[in-house]
Design a protein around this ligand. Sequence first.
Ligand SMILES: Cc1cc2nc3c(=O)[nH]c(=O)nc-3n(C[C@H](O)[C@H](O)[C@H](O)COP(=O)(O)OP(=O)(O)OC[C@H]3O[C@@H](n4cnc5c(N)ncnc54)[C@H](O)[C@@H]3O)c2cc1C
Length: 255
Amino acid sequence: MNAPAPRRKKGWMNLEVTRIVDETWDTKTFYLEDAVDKGCPFDYIAGQYLTLRFNDITERPVARSYTMSSSPSQAGFSALTIKRVEGGLVSNWMCDQLKVGDTVKALGPIGKFCFDPVKFRPHLVMLGAGSGVTPFVSMAREYADRLGTPGAPEKMTLLVAYRSKLDLICWDDLVVLNKVPGVSIITTLTREDARSEGFLHGRPDDAMFRELLKVTYGTSSYMTCGPEAMMNQFVDFLKAENIAPEDIHLESFGN
Ligand SMILES: Cc1cc2nc3c(=O)[nH]c(=O)nc-3n(C[C@H](O)[C@H](O)[C@H](O)COP(=O)(O)OP(=O)(O)OC[C@H]3O[C@@H](n4cnc5c(N)ncnc54)[C@H](O)[C@@H]3O)c2cc1C
C-alpha cells in the first residue's frame, strides 16, 4: 500500500450529503463532506471504504461498509456509489430516503484492497462487476493521469461486467478514463448483446480472461471485486495459468 493514510478526524464522523447523482435506475452516488468543517475530513487510499452507521432505520442501529468511488486526489469531498440490493435494508433506504443536507455517521477509512507500489507488479489488472466496480473506479480516477510515476502502476486494465446498458455505473468517467494512454477499460454486458456498440457479451469466463489477459502474464498484479462466483472463477483461472497467489487480490462485498 501507499504510505498509511493519515487521519484528520478520529472515531465516528458526521458527514453531510452535499450532492446525489443518479448513476442508473438502481444506483446512486452520494457526495459527502464534513458536516461542520466541510471538505473531506479524512485521507484515504483508492480502494478503501467507510463503515456507515444508521441509528434510526430500524429499532437497532445497523452498519454497512461502502467503498469510496471517488479518488483521494479529488479534493474536498468523498463519494460513495450505492447499488440497491433486492430486499436489502440499508442500500434501499439510502437510495429512497437519504437527501441532500442529511448527515450520516461514518467510520474510516478502512481496508487494504489498494494498489501497493512496493509489492505490486507494474501492470494493474482489475476485474469488477456491478457495485464491485467502485474500488476500481477510484483507482482508475487516482492513477490514470500519473501512470508510470512513483507510487502508481505503469498500465491499468479493467474488465467490468454489467447486466445491460441500463446498468453502466460511473460510465461517463469510465469512457473518459479509457481514452488515457496506458488505460484499457473493457465492458461486458451479461444480459444484453450490444457487440455492435463495442461491448463484449456474456459473463466473464475463462475464454474471455485468456483472450484479454494473456498479454499481461508475468508483468501484472490482479484484483477482483464482485459476485463470489465470478471472483472464484477468476482466481481459479489465474492459478491455472501459473499466476502466483501473491499477485492475486480479492475484496468481498458480502458483509
Ligand atoms: C468492504 C465492503 C465494501 C462495500 N462497498 C460497497 C459499495 O461501494 N457499493 C455498494 O453498493 N455496496 C458495497 N458493499 C455492500 C454493502 O456493504 C451492503 O452489503 C449492501 O448495500 C447490502 O446492504 P443492505 O442493508 O441493503 O442489504 P441487507 O439488508 O444486508 O441484505 C443483504 C441480503 O440479504 C437479503 N435479505 C435481506 N433481508 C432478508 C430477509 N429478511 N430474508 C432473506 N433475505 C434477506 C437481501 O435480499 C440481500 O440479498 C460493500 C461491502 C463491503 C464488505
